[in-house]
Every structure is written in structure tokens, then in C-alpha cells.
Write a protein that binds this ligand. Structure first.
Ligand code: NDP
Length: 459
């Protein structure tokens, strides 16, 4: 058999077995396949990864807990949701990864997120394993009291499985400062100890400065390093950003600081286009709208005459936010929000860089189109790693009882993002995938975790 055929047979048997062992978990299969394709040259070159069955082991979570969460709504009616924690891999450190509260949450989504987290955390160079958790609870439209009762009951069970040296959750979609606060309070009460068991805590009670900003800032630092690598910068670039939550808000903030122009923001109800640009005053409006009033992005267009709101059309085969002409695009909302059609639209608009703020926002077909057309593409596991890296810095501050200034945390964040950038390029070059950030990120993350797994024996 020729090389290509050997690869195809390996691929078929590995992916078939994965699908058989995790039926219906399409997001998980998608995330695994991306890594699998990238690391094949590594597996071929290193017999020890094959003989130790590292790939087969790394796709199997070390543990999954799933539990019932009951809570009382404001009308006195008992409600029930399902909670999860997927503890994916602890070879290089305690499990670390966010909690997502969204109606779409299921085991497949959390396994894909936990799997991505293994490699992302390895890339940060901090000793962090991979995990993810959450619930199909929807905080949208709930009162503070309802959210509090849900969070407390969620933590009642989750507390049995986490710990500041075991598993340290953080926020994600639907879990911000409010939810972390309610969960942390409950954990403290149950365990009778003040520890760094969650990150993303308030600055006055153990949190780190710059943690809220870190994912969005890190994304833009990473993108700036990519541009600098080709002698360019974000200065004067027109950018499309999707989402209007934590990651999107701070990505926009940093783009503005670096001299770029942002023309869009979105939420699940649609997107706004503001050709005049979202300036810092308008960004403050978005922050207040989403973080305090918990309103919808359509209200931005009521506030600013320069903007138009386009409602989401779930039946459409593409997302029109990506059809606008821009130099750079930053998907910062959710998984699979940018498909092949959207990628073609971006290419037609001469986009030069697409960097993922969200986890797996681009479909595999979209990624292929971007790369085939010479668009610089950064996978989320590298470009959005600033959030978990700064969570790692929060853990270091908690362990040592210290509190660093914003400047100090931001400086460390920039160093980490630069190292991730350089490590991706180096790994890509070592395996003949020049300047391919996706291969580089997967390879660099994989090698670190695979070596640790082998060193620790068959577990
Ligand atoms: P938030 O909950 O703060 O914001 C999410 C944003 O995405 C909101 O604007 C939300 O709109 C929108 N959104 C969510 N689901 C959908 C959907 N199905 N269709 C369209 N829009 C949607 O979450 P974050 O900003 O924290 O997270 C965004 C992404 O970044 C996620 O993929 C997350 O996993 C990833 N990420 C986050 C990190 C962090 O530190 N927070 C770290 C690394 C990655 P609406 O308000 O209508 O729900």
C-alpha cells in the first residue's frame, strides 16, 4: 500500500472506532478529527506514540459525571436540569476548563470542549489538565434569585468532584461573574474553606485582575503577532467580530486600542452592522447592555443611527455577518458559526486573517477553504488560550496568597500568547506544515500531553 492509502486505512479504523464508542456525538467527532489529521505525521514519525496507543487513550475521558440539578423557580415550581463535568485528561496538571450554561449543552458538546481544552492548556505552558462542564440550564430570562438557586444546587453536587488541586472550573457561555460568585459562595459553605477552586472570581475575593479581559485581549495579541510575522499589524484594519459577550467585548476593546476598526457585533437574535465603526463609547454601551441590563444586540441599532440590525435567520445556509468586506474576522460567539459558504464570502471580500475567539467556530470545510486560499487562520485552542492562561495565573496568585497588578498580569498574558504563537510556528515547521497555525497548535499540544502520558505509565 502507498503512504496515502496507509493513512486512509488508519484514519478509517480510528474514526470508525471513535464513532462506535461515542455514537451521535458529532461535535466531539469533529474536534477529534481535526487533531487526528494534524498529528498523523507525528504518530508516523514516533513509534512510541503508536505502541503506547496514545491517540486511542487521549480521546477517552478519564471520568464523566452527570447529575440531576433541582431548583425552585420564582413561582414556587420545582425545575430540573442536567449537570455535567467531563474530566478529560490530567497528565500535565489538575483538570481545568470552563462551565457552560446553555440549553444546547449535552455530553457531545462538553466532550468536544474538554478535548480541545487538553491541547489548549498544554500550549499555555502552565501545568493544567483538560476538563469542561456545565448544564442545559438557560440563565437567559431568569431572575437573579433563580440563577442563584440553580447555581447553588449545581455546586451542591459538583463540589464532590472538584478541588483546588483536583479540578478548577471557570466560566464560559452563560457563566460570568454573577454565576461564579453564587457557585463559589456555595462551595465555600459546603467545604468550609476559602480556596482557589474556581477561577474568574471577583477581584475583591480572590480573583485576578485582567481575567475578564484575558480571552479577548489574548486573541488580539495573538492576531497581532501573526500579522507582525508577515511585517503587518492591526492598525487601520477593518474587522468583523461576532458575539457580544465576554470574549467579543474585550476583543473589540483591544482591536480599538491597536488602531483597528470593528463594524459588527452579534448575539443569538442577530447582528448589527455599524459602518462608522464601534468606538469606545459604543463599546461601553454594549458592555452595559449585555452585562448589566442583559438586553439584546438589536437595541444597539435603536441607540445609534449609523447601525442596522439584521435578525438571525436559522433557516439560512450561511451567516450573513461574514458576507461583509473586512481585513480580519474574529468569530467569538459559538461553535460552527462560520461554515463553507461563509468562508467563501470572507475570501471574496479579501479577508487576510481569521482568528477564533470562540471554541471551534469554523467548520472543517470552512477551515479548508480559508487555508486553501492563503488566509491566515488561528485555531481557538491557540488564539483563545489567554483566558485559561490567566485563570492559571489566578491559581498561582491564590496558591501564593499574592495579588498582582493589572500591568503585571497583562505583561504575563502577552508573553504567554507570544510563546504560544512561536511554539505553533515551530511545531508546524518541524513537521513541514510551514506557517500552518492549526497543525502547529495541535502538534505542540499533543506532544506535551502524549509524552507526559507515556512517562506516567499505562493508566
Ligand atoms: P458569553 O456567554 O459571554 O457570550 C456568548 C455570546 O455568543 C453571546 O453574544 C451569545 O448571544 C452568543 N451566542 C451564544 N450561543 C449562540 C448561538 N447558538 N448562536 C449565536 N450566538 C450565540 O460567552 P463567552 O464570550 O465567554 O464565550 C464565547 C465563546 O468563547 C464560546 O465558544 C466559549 O467557549 C469561548 N471561550 C470563552 C472563554 C472565556 O474566558 N469566557 C475562554 C475561551 C473560549 P446570546 O446573548 O443571545 O446568547
Amino acid at each position: 500500500m502507498e503512504n496515502g492509502q496507509v493513512q486512509r486505512v488508519m484514519e478509517d479504523s480510528f474514526m470508525n472506532r471513535l464513532k462506535k464508542n461515542s455514537p451521535g456525538e458529532s461535535e466531539f467527532h469533529q474536534a477529534v478529527y481535526e487533531v487526528y489529521e494534524s498529528v498523523l505525521p507525528v504518530i508516523e514519525r514516533h513509534e512510541e506514540y503508536r505502541s503506547n496507543q496514545v491517540l486511542e487513550r487521549i480521546v477517552e475521558p478519564e471520568r464523566i459525571v452527570s447529575f440531576r440539578v433541582t431548583w425552585m423557580d420564582d413561582n414556587g415550581v420545582p425545575q430540573v436540569n442536567r449537570g455535567y463535568r467531563v474530566q478529560m485528561n490530567s497528565a500535565i496538571g489538575p483538570y481545568k476548563g470552563g462551565l457552560r450554561f446553555h440549553p444546547s449543552v449535552n455530553q457531545s458538546i462538553l466532550k468536544f470542549l474538554g478535548f480541545e481544552q487538553i491541547f489548549k492548556n498544554a500550549l499555555t505552558s502552565l501545568p493544567l489538565g483538560g476538563g469542561k462542564g456545565g448544564s442545559n440550564f438557560d440563565p437567559k430570562g431568569k431572575s437573579d434569585g433563580e440563577v442563584m438557586r440553580f447555581c447553588q444546587n449545581f455546586m451542591l453536587e459538583l463540589s464532590k468532584h472538584i478541588g483546588h488541586r483536583i479540578d478548577i472550573p471557570a466560566g464560559d457561555i452563560g457563566v460570568g461573574g454573577r454565576e461564579i460568585g453564587y457557585m463559589y459562595g456555595m462551595y465555600r459553605k459546603i467545604e468550609n474553606q476559602f480556596s482557589g477552586v474556581l477561577t474568574g472570581k471577583g477581584v475583591k475575593w480572590g480573583g485576578s485582575l485582567i481575567r475578564p479581559e484575558a480571552t479577548g485581549y489574548g486573541l488580539i495579541y495573538f492576531s497581532q503577532y501573526m500579522l507582525q510575522n508577515i511585517g503587518d499589524s492591526l492598525e487601520g484594519k477593518t474587522c468583523i467580530v461576532s458575539g457580544s459577550g465576554n470574549v467579543a467585548q474585550y476583543a473589540i476593546e483591544k482591536i480599538l486600542e491597536l488602531g483597528g476598526k470593528v463594524i459588527t457585533a452579534s448575539d443569538s437574535s442577530g447582528y448589527i452592522l455599524d459602518e462608522a465603526g464601534i468606538d469606545s463609547d459604543k463599546l461601553e454601551y454594549i458592555k452595559a447592555l449585555k452585562n448589566e441590563r442583559r438586553g439584546r444586540i438589536s437595541e444597539y441599532a435603536d441607540q445609534y443611527a449609523s447601525a442596522t440590525f439584521f435578525p438571525a435567520d436559522r433557516s439560512a445556509d450561511h451567516n450573513p455577518i461574514w458576507a461583509h468586506k473586512a481585513d480580519c474576522a474574529f468569530p467569538c460567539a459559538t461553535q460552527n458559526e462560520l461554515n463553507a459558504h461563509d468562508a467563501n464570502n470572507l475570501v471574496q471580500g479579501n479577508v487576510m486573517l481569521v482568528a477564533e475567539g470562540a471554541n471551534m467556530p469554523c467548520t472543517p470545510e470552512a477551515i479548508n477553504i480559508l487555508r486553501d486560499n492563503g488566509v491566515m487562520y488561528a485555531p481557538g485552542k491557540a488564539s483563545n488560550a489567554g483566558g485559561v492562561a490567566t485563570s492559571g495565573l489566578e491559581m498561582v496568585q491564590n496558591y501564593s496568597g499574592s495579588h498582582w497588578t493589572s500591568e503585571e498580569v497583562d505583561r504575563r498574558l502577552q508573553v504567554i500568547m507570544k510563546n504560544i504563537h512561536d511554539n505553533c510556528l515551530h511545531a508546524a515547521q518541524t513537521y513541514n506544515s510551514n506557517n500552518d497555525y492549526m497543525s502547529g497548535a495541535n502538534i505542540a499540544g499533543f506532544i506535551k500531553v502524549a509524552d507526559a502520558m507515556i512517562a506516567q505509565g499505562l493508566l
